[in-house]
Ligand binder design. Sequence first.
Ligand code: GTP
Ligand code: K
Ligand code: MG
Length: 444
Amino acid sequence: MMDQTIYALASGAGRCGVAVVRLSGSQAFDVLKQLSGKESFKARYAHRVHLCDPSDGEPIDDGLALYFPAPHSFTGEDVVELQIHGGRAVVQGLLDCLAAMDGLRLAEPGEFTRRAFENDKMDLTAAEGLADLIHSETRAQAKQALRQMEGALGSLYNDWADRILRILAHFEAVIDFPDEDLPQEVEDGVRAQVDTLMGEIEDHLKDGHRGELLRDGVRLAIVGPPNAGKSSLLNHLAKREVAIVSDIAGTTRDIIESHLDIGGYPVVVSDTAGIRHSEDVIEIEGIKRAQDRAESSDLKVVMFDCGDWPELDDKTLELIDEDSLVVLNKIDKNDKPDISEIKGHTPIYMSAKSKDGLADFFKKLEEEVASRCMMTGAPALTRARHREALEECVQALVRFSHIDLAELAAEDLRMATRSLGRITGRIDVEDVLDIVFSDFCIGK
Ligand SMILES: Nc1nc2c(ncn2[C@@H]2O[C@H](COP(=O)(O)OP(=O)(O)OP(=O)(O)O)[C@@H](O)[C@H]2O)c(=O)[nH]1
Ligand SMILES: [K+]
Ligand SMILES: [Mg+2]
């Protein structure tokens, strides 16, 4: 696989000003020479080229070519980048011409990055950061992904692995010289180091999933009785008429999802069916989905018509927990009731019609979203894959601290470093590679 030269359109599909086609592998430079009819190219320098199909001399385009000789390229192999005009026919013409050349083939999704990983250009966390950067939709997401791509997570995990390896070295010394007792202070020192390390990893794990929330989006559900104004609120949040609004109770039946950028943070908001007693099988199903979505969300907006006070719907009240914003809507047509708290929450008053209180609600919501996924000084865990491996690592360290026998203890330390090595791809990762690189698109 690796000795084949691959090519792909690296820029987005569809008509555009400039498109980039990239080649990587031992034949890349030869292909460039054939297409351009030029023999010499200065490395990492933009050259004006007239590209022609070498089989029949037909012109393809007038563009730019860059040559990155191995190993100083993205993949670590010889890489050629062709910048051509982004018309469909031009791009297809070049791709067809490349397809017809011997030994060349279209790259698999993520294959350029996979080669970069195989050639030690980046570790797995950096490759994942790159995938996230390409998929990022908000500023904060892009920032986190860039930080990860630049190695913030990788160096954190490598540093932990190196520290465990140093501790392991102490223990191997004991095993190799069983006659000499390890001085007590050395053993105490080692145990203290393991404790410190465990504390650091546990702090990293106990981050409230902020990195994962920022990567995947905070899930927000809007729930409440029919006609509370849930769909009206969704439309305000999305700044367009995503959901049907009407004065008929039970208008929304299915879940309506919308991907939003709230203050730079990604939020997946779900508008749901109004919760009430119903005999209609379809409405009953919708209400069940609403309740399930409320349960599985990171944050809920629990909304009532303030005119219903003090008879607020029981089933809706049941859904209020610490991750809830309690909203009393329709203050334009009702007297604002004076309520100090509802199940421990100070209610937010607003009108989805007159927009009174809407700005305050947005501000509060943004704070809640930001507090769940705000970036801190330390790089955050971004994937369940990392979390599982870190949990394994901590388990091994816990076993280590409860064992006396040096041989077994050393094995636990080895397992702890292996768990960390699986995250960065330092060791036995064949099985995770396909999963990691399946996240990519073709051309990356
Ligand atoms: N006066 C007033 N009317 C509102 C307000 N918010 C929504 N409405 C109206 O209340 C009715 C119901 O609004 P929706 O947004 O459809 O309510 P919903 O909670 O999605 O209702 P279901 O989907 O049936 O559960 C519509 O006629 C809205 O125009 C408000 O703040 N004040
Ligand atoms: K309605
Ligand atoms: Mg609705």
